[in-house]
Design a protein around this ligand. Structure first.
Ligand code: TNX
Length: 540
């Protein structure tokens, strides 16, 4: 059930009294450029909250405001465990400034003190699932409960979004932190809420990947798929095959310096992601999209001759030599080493856009790679093209264009939905967007939001959908600002597609909530696209 008592907000005077006083800069919400000036019905300051993705159930009583000041304590219920304490410390760090003390764990018989923010892990709340949580905010107390640490972490993200945007800016002075009273029960619709970074076409440093991870966490995304190898570059050290990065990682699209992650850097990314409840999904694309590997290792070419490095943006021209045993030794080395440094259960083998093999050669290759992936203890994922091969229903197919993903559903397998015309963050927003490609169409924010995974394809029912993922291919993207411009706010829209119940989703209210994320994203320094479809709040 979804309710929210917005009535109080429809009275302008009451609204002014409640919001105008509390939000020092509320007046600025009405200072807009003429071309984006909303009609009164599209005024983001009229909505009761701006939580994205929208919780399963939320009731707001705005008059029941909880204020955070130097007397507020963050406490953890006894027996909640080290993870809960870590999440409490993460919350205290967010609240840095106004809070007087670090988080404290209560004694076994101790009640939460008045005016505290209390976090509690309670295994008996298993109905909430691994990622669900309950959050109650009143004038006197904030209580956040979950069955698992993941849920507590997501409850903290909701709490964060209920606080003013100034929470995101360490140096904002006189931050007045308050939250509206709410009762929330929340859990995701889909288990897989992913993003993909193509670090091959253009390399991005580990530090930028961590920043993307932090932004994903704000929107409760939980899978980061790293496209680590393609024609233009190999980006992860494989100890038994050092030339892959030394030579294969030495350039990128346009001929820049390229780069790669050392094992230590990769391990650090994995740990950083895990601390934000995000699983890293490594992809080594094969048998096509492999020019960087072919250029580095002569024996995996059928003629034994390494081709030159490639810095253009064509696809489909490269393939490993699938008839040579050396190729499978190579694949085994790569999968073994990556599996060993990846605690998550997945290995993505790519498998897309192969033009140089016969159908049978391709199928046999996919089937052999699946065995190698399983031997190293991982579940295989591949792009839609792999579905016609005789693969196990435990492998996962990632749909991206008109492909055969439905064949995998027929054998009882699960799919991840990354439909190009909805989720491809490298597509232009409109015809004036400078960056990006347009083969899957122009994707405005409304297009990224307005689709339902359950009805996207007739042969893929909701029960077969593991979730959704938005890939960010980087042929035209060079620096962090470019990545952010293409991903935000469409990745935010995707988070709601993946999390919120279909019946509660609605573009008109989403765009008002999204509008209030403008100052928050600005405070975080995100170079987001100011779509004219959204009546952005400009109070930063
Ligand atoms: C298709 S999606 C590709 C990528 C390109 C992308 C550009 C997929 C599995 N393959 O190799 O980078 O289009 O939008």
């Amino acid at each position: 059930m979804v309710t929210s008592d917005m009535n109080v907000f429809s009275l302008p005077l009451v609204r002014a009294a409640l919001l105008g006083l509390a939000l020092a800069s509320a007046a600025c919400t009405r200072r807009r450029t003429p071309e984006t000036a909303p009609t009164p019905a599209a005024d983001p300051s009229r909505i009761a909250h701006a939580v994205v993705p929208l919780p399963t159930s939320i009731q707001v009583s705005a008059s029941d405001t909880f204020r955070i000041d130097s007397t507020t304590q963050v406490v953890v219920a006894a027996g909640s465990g080290a993870e809960a304490e870590r999440i409490a410390a993460y919350l205290v760090n967010l609240l840095q400034g106004p809070l007087g003390a670090p988080a404290r764990t209560l004694a076994a018989d101790e009640q939460a003190p008045p005016r505290s923010v209390a976090l509690r892990l309670d295994a008996s709340k298993s109905a909430l699932g691994v990622e669900g949580y309950e959050l109650a905010i009143t004038r006197d107390a904030v209580t956040l409960t979950a069955a698992q640490p993941n849920g507590l972490f997501y409850g903290v993200q909701t709490l964060r979004q209920l606080l003013p945007w100034t929470i995101e800016h360490r140096a904002a002075l006189n931050r007045r932190l308050w939250m509206p009273g709410v009762r929330i029960t929340d859990a995701p619709r889909f288990a897989w809420r992913g993003a993909m970074l193509d670090v091959s076409r253009h390399f991005i440093p580990a530090e930028d990947v961590r920043r993307y991870i932090d932004l994903m966490a704000l929107y409760k995304l939980n899978r980061l798929h790293l496209h680590l190898a393609d024609d233009q570059g190999w980006r992860i050290v494989i100890g038994s095959r050092p030339n892959l990065t030394e030579h294969g990682g030495s350039t990128q699209v346009g001929g820049g310096r390229g780069g790669y992650y050392t094992k230590a850097q990769y391990t650090d990314i994995v740990a950083y992601a895990a601390s934000r409840f995000i699983t890293i999904v490594p992809e080594i694309d094969m048998p096509g999209h492999t020019n960087a590997a072919l250029a580095s290792i002569p024996e995996i070419n059928c003629d034994g001759v390494a081709p030159p490095l490639y810095t253009g943006i064509r696809v489909g021209f490269s393939t490993l030599c699938v008839t040579k045993e050396e190729t499978y030794v190579f694949v085994d080395d790569v999968v073994r080493e990556i599996a060993a440094m990846t605690p998550g259960p997945y290995f993505h083998m790519g498998g897309d856009e192969v033009e140089k093999l016969t159908h049978d050669q391709y199928r046999q290759f996919v089937e052999r790679v699946e065995k190698i992936v399983q031997k190293h203890g991982k579940q295989m994922i591949g792009w839609g093209e792999i579905a016609p091969a005789n693969i196990s229903p435990t492998s996962i197919v990632q749909h991206w264009r008109r492909d055969s993903a439905a064949m995998h559903v027929a054998r009882g397998g699960k799919v991840i939905l990354s439909p190009g015309p909805k989720t491809y963050l490298d597509m232009k927003y409109d015809s004036t967007t400078t960056l990006g490609l347009r083969w899957a169409g122009l994707i405005e924010v409304r297009d990224a939001y307005g689709w339902d995974p359950a009805t996207l394809m007739p042969d893929i029912p909701e029960r077969a959908v593991l979730g959704v993922e938005a890939p960010l291919w980087s042929e035209t993207l060079v620096k962090l600002e470019d990545y952010e411009f293409m991903a935000f706010p469409r990745l935010v829209a995707l988070s709601e597609v993946g999390w919120s119940p279909a019946a509660t989703r609605d573009w008109d209210t989403f765009r008002l909530r999204l509008a209030r994320h403008g100052p928050r994203l600005s405070a975080l320094g995100v170079n987001f696209y100011r779509s004219a479809q959204v009546p952005w709040v400009r109070e930063y």
